[in-house]
Design a binder for this molecule. Structure first.
Ligand code: UT7
Length: 323
């Protein structure tokens, strides 16, 4: 087995800012309702760039910061549920844009837990010696799948991408992880049903494109599962919360984070939040947060952090990482 080390974080978000006040003009809502119920003030909404383009933007910055040439990149994994196409994958398009012509590239669909699942897979490719480095991306243009007439969902989501490079090195990478799925509850968060459709069937099924969510159900699921998952990685690592610099949760709702903190009896300043600026960017929210924390000097080499996510699938999980 080899050791792994996270070498860089980067992000790329669309320039267009849509505030809560802007949304008041689209649906029956208010800045007061959105901010008090979610902690979101504004989000980035793409007006031209598709998912692969913003993922490539984050990827380029991450490989530069890790001092890798594009052709040295050996693996690209993108966590996304809003790719440009079914085929090719976002990762393959990113490979083409950045010129990583020697990489193996594929996507992971695990919704808002996707970045953690992707990082977990990459860490294993490095630790088993299959590859010496990997580019892990979380990127979404969710605005394509949002029903802009549905106030229950359109105020929540945003577009953006974050990336990191993980390399063979003298660190520990992921020290402990706790990853789960529950397909039984998949119907509480869905988008884009594609029915069987060919000349040999009489398809009567209705198709739908936009995100449908049982908000309360997801809220209750997250506040139940995430604290247990965080406790599990602490237990597996034999570390204590005092050893952890930050917990970086999926940025869905500040009230969810407050309940998690309360259940774990931890102060809110142990948790990083930036959903006020970006909304819920699904698989991109954790790498965007890590990139911003790195830019602000909040995290540095050798720090231990916990990333934790939950979302469609249903999926959830946590990873305790040494930077
Ligand atoms: O990324 C992972 C997946 N997603 C999540 O993590 C989302 C998890 N869930 C949540 O964050 C919250 O459940 C929401 C923010 C989605 C909703 O908050 P809530 O406190 O659970 O509100 P609610 O759905 O129970 O709705 C309360 C009221 C309803 O009105 P009535 O029936 O009480 O008259 C809604 O119609 O708020 C109404 N409402 C709104 N009002 C103004 C729903 N959306 C809006 C809105 N503006 N945008």
């Amino acid at each position: 087995m080899f050791n792994s080390k996270i070498a860089s974080f980067a992000k790329c978000v669309p320039e267009n800012i849509v505030t809560n006040n802007d949304l008041e003009k689209l649906v029956d809502t208010s800045d007061e309702w959105i901010f008090s119920r979610t902690g979101i003030k504004e989000r980035r909404i793409s007006v031209s760039e598709n998912t692969s383009e913003i993922c490539a933007g984050a990827a380029k910055k991450a490989i530069d910061a890790a001092k890798l040439m594009p052709e040295e990149v050996e693996l690209i994994i993108t966590a996304t549920i809003s790719g440009d196409y079914y085929i090719p994958s976002v990762s393959c398009i990113v490979q083409k844009i950045i010129g990583a012509k020697n990489a193996m590239a594929f996507d992971i669909n695990a919704a808002c837990s996707g970045f953690i699942f992707a990082l977990s897979a990459a860490d294993k490719f490095i630790k088993t010696g299959t590859f010496k480095n990997a580019l892990v991306i979380g990127g979404e243009v969710l605005s394509k799948f949002v029903d802009w007439d549905d106030r229950g969902t359109c105020v929540l989501f945003g577009d953006g991408a974050g990336a990191c490079v993980i390399k063979r090195g003298n660190g520990r990478g992921i020290i402990a992880e706790d990853l789960h799925s529950d397909g039984e509850k998949g119907e509480s968060l869905m988008s884009s049903y594609i029915p069987v459709d060919n000349p040999f069937c009489e398809s009567t099924e209705e198709t739908f494109k936009f995100i449908k969510m049982g908000g309360r159900e997801i809220f209750n699921f997250a506040t139940r599962k995430v604290p247990a998952s965080i406790n599990e990685v602490i237990k597996k690592s034999a570390l204590s919360f005092d050893d952890i610099k930050y917990i970086v949760p999926h940025q869905a709702n500040s009230r969810i984070v407050e309940i998690i903190a309360k259940k774990l009896k931890l102060p809110m300043n142990k948790f990083f939040m930036n959903m006020d600026k970006y909304g819920n960017t699904s698989g991109a929210s954790i790498p965007i947060a890590l990139s911003e924390m790195s830019e602000k000097g909040l995290i540095k080499e050798n720090d231990k952090i916990i990333v934790t996510g939950f979302g469609g699938g249903l999926t959830w999980g946590s990873a305790l990482i040494e930077l």
